[in-house]
Design a protein around this ligand. Structure first.
Ligand SMILES: C[S@@+](CC[C@H](N)C(=O)[O-])C[C@H]1O[C@@H](n2cnc3c(N)ncnc32)[C@H](O)[C@@H]1O
Length: 326
């Protein structure tokens, strides 16, 4: 794990250009449900809140938290060192009360130890993929000339390697879980297995073209490869395991009365959150947690209009009660 403030240089505008071959800057990710996040974390109410953003990305939510209260302090984690460079630049005006780490969300406790904090008042998890990463030319977009898809490009196999090595059963199950029908998941898997007999290297376009050639009846608003790209990205980054681990660590790291918020964009993430909550009292009987809101909050109509990508967001909030824990 690397503490960004000591290792990453302050970057210039030029560094924001992704290698997407278009020479255009990746777009900054517009944070979703910012007002709801600030209110539930009580950023304006608490005198000097200590918050953690476990998926700081390019720093949208972090910027809002640090701007909302001049005494707020924040630690931000992300697996993606390139996104962190952007966050570091955007958050430079707050560098005296902001610590950034190149780290998986499950490493929160080591990060807290590094900054000398025992516990947190609030924590935000906004998992998945950012708009900035879609534009970064790393295989998250259907037309990219690579098929990497790792949030952390220094670790683990790429999506292209997984596509070559993964068992057909695992691929098929992942496609189904992401939303393909069983029949379509099987057909796509069979086509990939057939194709990989002679293909050594995949680009994102190779994969999306292959899927588009199978899925001829296309829903109007979705690219035919949407579910398969999501499934592959989740496999590459082991996102289900990482989210469960990160959420558990977050809930154990907030003080009694502290809050953890999770923004989910799809049912796979939602199921991970609900699964951990179901198991919580058995795993941690001495750390009681309650859901602050019964039903997850959804973005307002006005936000869905100005930030259409927020439309599938669901915000859940949990509060730790009682004593005990770490
Ligand atoms: C939707 S973006 C977050 C955007 C951010 N809230 C903002 O306002 O800019 C999701 C981020 O989570 C990061 N991420 C995904 N899985 C992670 C993990 N296990 N640990 C840390 N970061 C992770 C991704 O690299 C990406 O930058």
């Amino acid at each position: 794990m690397t503490a960004v403030p000591t290792t990453l240089p302050v970057i210039g505008e030029g560094s924001l250009v992704g290698d997407d071959g278009k020479g255009e800057k990746p777009r900054l990710h517009p944070p979703a449900m910012v007002e709801e996040v600030l209110a539930l974390l009580r950023v304006r109410e608490l005198p000097a809140p200590r918050c953690a953003d476990l998926t700081v990305g390019t720093g949208g939510h972090a910027l809002a938290i640090l701007s909302a209260n001049p005494q707020a302090q924040l630690i931000g984690l992300d697996r993606d060192p390139q996104s962190l460079e952007v966050a570091k630049k955007r958050l430079a005006p707050f560098s005296d009360r902001c610590h950034l780490f190149h780290a998986d969300m499950g490493s929160l406790r080591e990060c807290l130890k590094q900054v000398g904090w025992n516990e947190l008042d609030g924590c935000l998890i906004d998992p998945g993929l950012s708009l900035w990463q879609i534009d970064s030319g790393r295989g998250f977009s259907f037309f990219d000339s690579s098929l990497d898809m790792r949030y952390d490009p220094t670790k683990g196999p790429t999506a292209g390697q997984i596509l070559q090595q993964c068992s057909p059963h695992r691929l098929e199950e992942a496609f189904k879980e992401a939303g393909e029908t069983p029949a379509m998941a099987r057909r796509i898997t069979q086509a990939i297995v057939q194709e990989r007999r002679h293909r050594k290297v995949w680009t994102a376009r190779d994969l999306s073209d292959l899927i588009a050639s199978i899925k001829t009846r296309k829903p109007a608003h979705l690219h035919p490869a949407t579910f398969c790209f999501m499934a592959l990205r989740i496999l590459v980054n082991e996102e289900k395991e990482a989210l469960r681990n990160g959420l558990e660590t977050a809930l154990l790291s907030v003080r009694p009365g502290g809050r953890v918020l999770v923004l989910c964009y799809q049912s796979i993430e939602d199921r991970v959150v609900k699964g951990l909550m179901r198991d919580w009292s058995r795993l941690h009987p001495d750390v009681p947690i309650r859901a602050l809101i019964k039903k997850p909050l959804r973005p307002t109509a006005a936000e869905r209009l100005t930030n259409p990508r927020s439309r599938s967001a669901r915000l859940r909030a949990f509060e730790r009660s009682g004593e005990g824990g770490v």
